[in-house]
Design a binder for this molecule. Structure first.
Ligand code: ADP
Ligand code: ZN
Ligand code: ZN
Length: 837
C-alpha cells in the first residue's frame, strides 16, 4: 500500500494536473502563513480548520492549522505536509474570523493568537514530552494491548524503556517521518500523557476531619460520662473533650486542625482520644470551586427591581446589540444574568459568561453551578490538558453555558446567543503579556456580532469607555440603584491620616478611628476586611545614614522586604536577595524599612488585636499553602475574623457578615502615574466598600487618606457616580485621552542602552514622518529597566476613526518589520499594545 501511494505521489507532476497547497498557521510569531504542498493521498483530508503535522526548518515538528486550501502555483519549492491530524475541522470559519480580527486590531501575528486560543493538548510540537501514564490500570492496559497495532506496540515498548521521550526523540527512534498521527490514539485513550499533564493532574483536595465515634455522642450524656472516664486523669484530654463536646453539639464534624486550634491542644492528645475509640478520624474531599455556600438551588423570586431590569434589558436588546447594566454592589445582578441565560438556552442557544479571574470569583462560579448544574461548563486554566480538550469538544457538540476567563472566548461555539461580561471594568480582561494583547470585553462584542448574539456588560463601576458608548447611543443601558433586600449601601467615612500624623495619633498605619471601628465590629460578632494594595512587608529598605536603598540588579525598582521569607523580592522579576546586615556603601547597620504592604498590616494587627483570627489574601498567600479557596472558605465560615488583602479582595466576593471595610491608604492608588489612576481608585474603593453589609444591615467603610482634597475621594464618599462620571470625562476630553482618543503604546526593549537609544531614534523618525505630532516620545518610562532590558516608550494618540487607526497600525507594523533588518538594531524588541490598560 505504502509503495503504491508513493508511486502516486511521484506522478503528481503529471501534465495538466494542478498541485494542491495549504496555508498553515503555526503557533509562533511568524509574519506570514507557511505554505506546504499536499501529497496526493492526503488531498481528500485537507480542509480549513484541520490540524496538520509539518516540519519547520530549524524548529522541528509542529502541528499547525490549515487556514486555506488552494492551487495557486508556487515558484519556490514547498515542503509537503506530513500528516493530517483531524477528521473534521477543530476551528470554524467564525473562529478564524475572530482570530483575524484580533491579529489585525491588536497588531499581532496569527500564530500568537493560535497560541492563546488553543488548549495545549491541541498543539503539539517536537519538544512536547511524553510519559507513560503511571495511573493507567494494568488490567486495562492488557485489554487495550489487544487493540493496538504493531507501530503502537512499538511505541509503548519504547516508552516503557525510556519512560520519557520527546516527540522528536520518538520520531528518530521509530525512524518515522511523522509520529503525531500514531500517538493520538494512545494519548486519547490515556495510556500516554504529555508530561506537563502529570504535573497539572487534578488532585482532589482533602482535609483531615474528626467526629465522635459510635456510640459516643454529645447528645447522649451517658456516653459522654463514659468518655470522660476513659479520658481518665489526663487534664489535656479532658479539656479537649470538653471543647469537642461544645463544638460538636452544633455541627457534626470539625477539621482536626480547627479543633486543635480552638482547644489549643496538639495532635498527640487528639490521637490518644482516637486510640481510646472516642474520636474517629477521616478525610473529607472539599471542592476547589464550590465553596459550599448554602444557596438554595436558585429558585429565587426576582425582586421588583430585578424584574424591571430584566425587562428593560430585553427591551434594549431589541434595538442594541450591547447593553451595559450598571447595578450597585449587592443589587443582585447575578440573578438578572441567570434569568437572561435561562431565556437564551430555552431558545436553544449557547451562553458565554466571562469573569475576570475564575479563581478569585469562585463564589459566583459556585452559585451558577448550583443553579445550572450540568448545563454549565467551567473552562478553567487549572484543568489539565485532557479536561480542557474535553470542554473544547463539548462546546462543539452540546454544552449550553460556558463560564470562563478571557481565553474562553476562543472556544468553538456553535450557536452563541448571549455573552455576559461580568465586572466589565476589570483590567484583568486585558491581556498584558504575551501578545495577543487583547481586551476580552471588546473581543467578546466582536465575537457576538459574528453570531448575531447579544452582549451584556455588567458592573457596579462601569468603565469610562463603556459609559461613553452608552452616551453615544452605541450601547443600551439599564441600572439598578438599590441593594437586594433594600439594605442601604455602606456608610463611607474618610479619615484624614495626615492630620492624625501631625497630632501623633497614628498607631503604626492605623488611625484611632479605624482601630476603634475594628474593635466594635468584632465585638458585635461581625467581620472586617482591610484593603492595602501592596503586597510584601515593606516596599523600601533604606540606609538611614547614606540613603542607600536595596534595588533589583535587573530592574529599576526597589526590592520589597518580605518578612516571612526574610528576604528582599523584586516584584518585576524573580530576583530574591538575602537581607544585607550592613549598608553595602557606608557599612552602617542602621537600615530601616519604609512604607507598608499587606504582610506588615497583618503583623501589626497582632499588636493591637492579639486574639483576633487574621488571614491575608494576596499574591504571596494564595500561592502558598492556603490557596484562595481555603482563605475564602475560612472567612465564609467565620473562622477568620479579619481579612487583609490586595485588590484580590475587591473582586465580587459575597460574604454575609462583613460589618466594616477599611482602606489603609487611598493616596497610594491615586498617585499611580497613569491617566486611569482616578478611575481605578473610584472602582477599587467602591468595589471593596461594596463587600460591606451585603445581607443583614448597613455596613461601614473607613478610608484613610492624606490628601482629602482630591475630587474623586469626595465622589466616592458621596457615592455620586454622576459627578464622578462628568468630571472624569471632562478631564479625559481636555487632556485628549480615551474614550475620546485611541492610544497605541509602543515599547522598545534592549539589553544595551546605547543600542536602544539608536533604535528609539530610528523608530521616532519613521513614526513622526507618518503620524506627526500624534506621536509622543521616545520617553524613558518610570521604571526604565525590567529583567535587565532597558525600556523606551512611545505613545500614539489617534482619533476614533477606524481608517486613520488602521493606517497607523499598518505603519507601525511596517516599522516593526523594518527594525528587524536594520543593522545593529535588529535585536531590539518592539512591543505594540493597542488600547493599553
Ligand atoms: P451583585 O452581583 O449585584 O453585587 P449579587 O448578585 O451578588 O449582587 O446579590 C447580592 C446578594 O443578594 C447575594 O447574596 C444574593 O444571593 C442575594 N440575592 C440577589 N437576588 C436575590 C433574589 N432574587 N432572591 C434572594 N436573594 C437574592
Ligand atoms: Zn549607608
Ligand atoms: Zn527585578
Amino acid at each position: 500500500m505504502e509503495s503504491l501511494l508513493s508511486l502516486l505521489e511521484d506522478s503528481e507532476d503529471a501534465p495538466g494536473r494542478k498541485r494542491t497547497y495549504v496555508d498553515v498557521i503555526l503557533p509562533l510569531p511568524l509574519e506570514k502563513l507557511y505554505t506546504y504542498s499536499v501529497p496526493l493521498h492526503l488531498i481528500p483530508l485537507v480542509k480549513p480548520g484541520v490540524r496538520v503535522e509539518v516540519h519547520l526548518a530549524s524548529q522541528g515538528l509542529y502541528s499547525g492549522i490549515i487556514k486555506r486550501v488552494h492551487q495557486d502555483e508556487k515558484e519556490i519549492k514547498t515542503k509537503p505536509i506530513l500528516s493530517v491530524l483531524d477528521e473534521s475541522a477543530i476551528i470554524s470559519e467564525k473562529q478564524f474570523r475572530l482570530w483575524d480580527w484580533i491579529a489585525e486590531y491588536y497588531c499581532c501575528y496569527l500564530g500568537e493568537v493560535m497560541q492563546a486560543a488553543l488548549p495545549a493538548g491541541l498543539k503539539l510540537s517536537g519538544e512536547s514530552k511524553l510519559k507513560i501514564n503511571e495511573d493507567f490500570p494494568e488490567e486495562h492496559l492488557e485489554l487495550e494491548a489487544a487493540n493496538l497495532n504493531q507501530k503502537e506496540i512499538r511505541i509503548l515498548e519504547l516508552m516503557f524503556k525510556y519512560r520519557e521521550l520527546s516527540l522528536e526523540d520518538l520520531q528518530k527512534l521509530l525512524n518515522q517521518k511523522s509520529v503525531q498521527q500514531l500517538l493520538k490514539p494512545l494519548i486519547e485513550r490515556g495510556i500516554l500523557l504529555l508530561s506537563e499533564e502529570l504535573e497539572e493532574r487534578y488532585k482532589p483536595k482533602k482535609i483531615a476531619m474528626l467526629r465522635f465515634a459510635e456510640p459516643y455522642s454529645p447528645a447522649d450524656s451517658d456516653s459522654m460520662k463514659k468518655a470522660f472516664e476513659l479520658a481518665g486523669r489526663s487534664n489535656r484530654q479532658m479539656e479537649l473533650l470538653l471543647a469537642a463536646i461544645q463544638i460538636l453539639r452544633e455541627k457534626s464534624e470539625i477539621s482536626r486542625k480547627e479543633l486543635c486550634e480552638k482547644a489549643s491542644a496538639d495532635s498527640t492528645v487528639l490521637k490518644k482520644l482516637q486510640e481510646k475509640g472516642i474520636f474517629e478520624f477521616y478525610e473529607k474531599e472539599i471542592s476547589r470551586i464550590d465553596t459550599n455556600k448554602s444557596i438554595s438551588s436558585g429558585n429565587f423570586q426576582l425582586s421588583q427591581e430585578q424584574q424591571d431590569t430584566f425587562e428593560a434589558i430585553n427591551k434594549s436588546f431589541e434595538t442594541k446589540n450591547t447593553v451595559l447594566l450598571h447595578g450597585v454592589t449587592g443589587s443582585g445582578k447575578t440573578q438578572v444574568f441567570v434569568e437572561l441565560m435561562e431565556q437564551c438556552i430555552r431558545e436553544g442557544k449557547q451562553v458565554l459568561y466571562l469573569l475576570p479571574e475564575i479563581a478569585l470569583t469562585a463564589q459566583i462560579v459556585g452559585r451558577l453551578q448550583k443553579h445550572f448544574s450540568d448545563r454549565i461548563q467551567v473552562y478553567h486554566s487549572k484543568f489539565n490538558r485532557n479536561e480542557r480538550v474535553e470542554i473544547w469538544k463539548s462546546v462543539q457538540n452540546s454544552a449550553n453555558i460556558i463560564l470562563g476567563a478571557r481565553s474562553a472566548l476562543f472556544l468553538p461555539f456553535k450557536n452563541l446567543g448571549l455573552i455576559i461580561v461580568d465586572e466589565e471594568h476589570d483590567s484583568s480582561y486585558k491581556q498584558q503579556d504575551p501578545s495577543p494583547r487583547y481586551h476580552a470585553r471588546d473581543a467578546a462584542i466582536f465575537l457576538a456580532s459574528l453570531f448575531n448574539a447579544k452582549t451584556l456588560l455588567g458592573t457596579a463601576t462601569p468603565s469610562l469607555e463603556s459609559m461613553r458608548n452608552v452616551q453615544e447611543g452605541k450601547y443600551g443601558f439599564a441600572s439598578m440603584t438599590k441593594r437586594y433586600g433594600e439594605i442601604a449601601l455602606p456608610q463611607i467615612l474618610i479619615v484624614d491620616a495626615a492630620e492624625e500624623h501631625r497630632q501623633k495619633r497614628m498607631k503604626s498605619h492605623f488611625t484611632q478611628q479605624l482601630l476603634d471601628a475594628i474593635s466594635e465590629t468584632i465585638a458585635a460578632g461581625e467581620q472586617v476586611i482591610l484593603f492595602q494594595n501592596r503586597r510584601g512587608y515593606a516596599p523600601i529598605y533604606q540606609c538611614s545614614d547614606c540613603g542607600w536603598t536595596a534595588e533589583c540588579s535587573d530592574c529599576d525598582v526597589s526590592m520589597t522586604y518580605h518578612k516571612l521569607s526574610n528576604s528582599l523580592h523584586c516584584h518585576y522579576c524573580a530576583n530574591r536577595q538575602v537581607m544585607p546586615k550592613k549598608c553595602p556603601t557606608c557599612n552602617s547597620v542602621d537600615i530601616k524599612i519604609k512604607g507598608f504592604g499587606t504582610e506588615k498590616i497583618e503583623d501589626d494587627l497582632k499588636i493591637y488585636f492579639p486574639e483576633m483570627n487574621v488571614m491575608r489574601m494576596d499574591w504571596d498567600s494564595v500561592k502558598g499553602r492556603d490557596g484562595v479557596d481555603r482563605i475564602i472558605h475560612s472567612f465564609e465560615t467565620g473562622e477568620t475574623e479579619l481579612l487583609v488583602g490586595t485588590q484580590m479582595i475587591s473582586k465580587g466576593l459575597d460574604f454575609d457578615n462583613v460589618g466594616l471595610v477599611g482602606v489603609l491608604s487611598a493616596d497610594q492608588l491615586l498617585h499611580f502615574p497613569d491617566f486611569r489612576a482616578s478611575e481605578r481608585t473610584y472602582q477599587l474603593i467602591t468595589q471593596v466598600a461594596g463587600r460591606a453589609g451585603r445581607k443583614k444591615k448597613q455596613g461601614k467603610v473607613i478610608v484613610q487618606a492624606h490628601n482629602l482634597k482630591h475630587p474623586v475621594l469626595m465622589e466616592i464618599l458621596e457615592q455620586n457616580f454622576e459627578n464622578y462620571l462628568s468630571r472624569e470625562l471632562k478631564e479625559r476630553n481636555d487632556f485628549q485621552y480615551p474614550p475620546f482618543k485611541r492610544l497605541i503604546h509602543i515599547q522598545l526593549r534592549h539589553k544595551k542602552s546605547n543600542i536602544l537609544e539608536d533604535a528609539a531614534i530610528f523608530v521616532a523618525n519613521r513614526l513622526k514622518a507618518g503620524l506627526g505630532d500624534r506621536v509622543l516620545g521616545p520617553a524613558v518610562p518610570g521604571i526604565s529597566r525590567i529583567r535587565s532590558y532597558y525600556l523606551m516608550d512611545f505613545l500614539i494618540k489617534m482619533g476614533l476613526h477606524s481608517v486613520g487607526l488602521n493606517e497607523a497600525k499598518k505603519l507601525i507594523r511596517n516599522i516593526q518589520q523594518e527594525l528587524k533588518s536594520v543593522k545593529n538594531l535588529s535585536g531590539t524588541r518592539m512591543v505594540i499594545d493597542v488600547d493599553p490598560y
